[in-house]
Design a protein around this ligand. Sequence first.
Ligand code: AMP
Length: 625
Amino acid sequence: MGYIELNVLNNETSPQAMGIDLGTTNSLAATWKDGRPVVIKPEQAGNGSIPSVIHVAEDGTVLVGRQARDKAMVDPRHTIFSIKRFMGRGIADVQEELKSFPFPVTEDENGVIQVQAHGKAYTPQELSSLILMRVHDLACRSMGGAEIQRAVITVPAYFDDTQRQATRDAARLAGIDVLRIINEPTAASLAYGLDQSAAGTIAVYDLGGGTFDISLLSIEEGVFSVLSTNGDTHLGGDDFDRALAGLAMEGLAEQLSPEELNDPGLHQAARLAGEKCKMELSTRPEADLHVVLPESGVHFRRRVTIEEFDELVAPLVERTLDSCRQALADAELEPSDISEVVMVGGSTRMPCVQAAVENFFGRLPHTELNPDEVVALGAAIQAHILIGGSRDLLLMDVTPLSLGLETVGGAVSKIIARNSTIPCSATEGFTTYADNQTGIEFNILQGERELAKDCRSLGQFKLTGIPPMPAGLARVAVRFHVDADGILTVSSREESTGAKASISITPKNGLTDEAVEKMLADSLTNAREDFEAGRNVGLVAELGTMIRATNKSLPDVEEHLDLETLADIREAIEASQAASAAKVLDGKELQRVRDLLERATMPLAAVLMDGVAKKALAGKSLRDV
Ligand code: AMP
């Protein structure tokens, strides 16, 4: 459930921050806009994703993103990709990786990896900073030149301190003020609002283009902890493409010579055809695997059914499940212990992957959000929260605690009950407590307890301009309205004069779910005590009014009352004053003296009524009545 802490509305425009998913293949930025996280989609980057690729030209000119990726075929030695695999690592850690990189990688005397390009050495931090700079710059430009310096950056859950520090350094080099480095699976869980659940164990299954990660997280009172991680840094969508490319190459082997089959251009074309076919099979039962190389006269077409594809890639899917088994074993958990499964990465769009994951964990995985965007969206939520925003506007659809007003003697009059669906409104009538009272001070309260001191005060405001009149005659209507955004407006109006006053209060961060739960638990534990305390406060207020009214009218009618009645009244007043002033209010005693005072003042009331009737009837015959 959401929470609200209400603070007096002000007109400050909210400061901004962004979330950046710094990926191995692509990077993406998101920010908070109109109450929700949104991916920033610069014109130059279509769907918002910017290839994490850098090209260094001979003259030292650096290109980043799409233009750099376009150079991969023509200038592979100076087109640097997958730099994330080098972050915070020594050359010994990446020996295996090096074989697949066409650009030269060395190590300096301090063991820091360097990528060589045209006689200049670049550290992974510098290269990552170039990517971050590009993502950040395009994001700011696409937001009308906004200067958003602060950002949350995501890293894989298995990143160690050195790798995280390297990421932080890269951001610093890019001139970004890092609010926090958070884990990618945590960000994905945030995007799905899983931090709002009281407790549970989450499995985040992340299958991208070239890597697979499974992370098991526990969530308790909004705090995520990593229980275990596993995966394969060389398993991803590319392998699925290669499986289909293999099918095409088998078919082509019948048409082409062994030399022709060795052409790197043909392999590249077959892989691209494989990826296209794979993507189509995510939404269709059949697709064409179509390889054309006009200059070599190659033309190959083959229909692939979804059943055929599923069978072909089953070993790849099974490898991801092996990692899931290992992660569960490390955390000493069973699949049935997992309460939520989150899907991340473009490859989780494949129906066979979704079905295998659902079957493995025995529950439907979350696939509602774009799996390429979910990490950046979560990072944007975290950034928004860290700069003091709240996302309750988005999530709050009921009032989590009752809303009301403080009444005489510190009691609470609840006006909107907890769990009311918003938008909602309610009106309650109030009156003045003292004669000639020209203003009423309202204290707006949130909570389940019966006494104002035990609830949370959200704000105060004053209604003035009430004409002087006896206590209890003014009629003041107070309206509480909570709009769809969770903004509470309290307005009051005095009926006879039309005097008005109001206050708007807007939800802000502050009360955690934990605090809300505590307030609710307190109210249940104290329900009986509270009920009595509230009733006692009400009785004291009532006695006060009765005593004042009696003292006020007594001098006028004293002569018409016998001595015994007068003594009874005085005795009842004294007993009432004593009971009201007691350090610890005694409910039974208060009730007793209230009844005593009521009985004692009955003759007085009769004389008063008689006087009023006589006055009203003066000069009238019985027939006029
Ligand atoms: P990511 O690294 O998360 O951007 O994922 C990229 C991978 O997702 C690539 O291997 C893509 O081929 C794959 N992918 C993207 N869209 C789809 C789709 N509709 N069906 C299957 N795979 C996809």
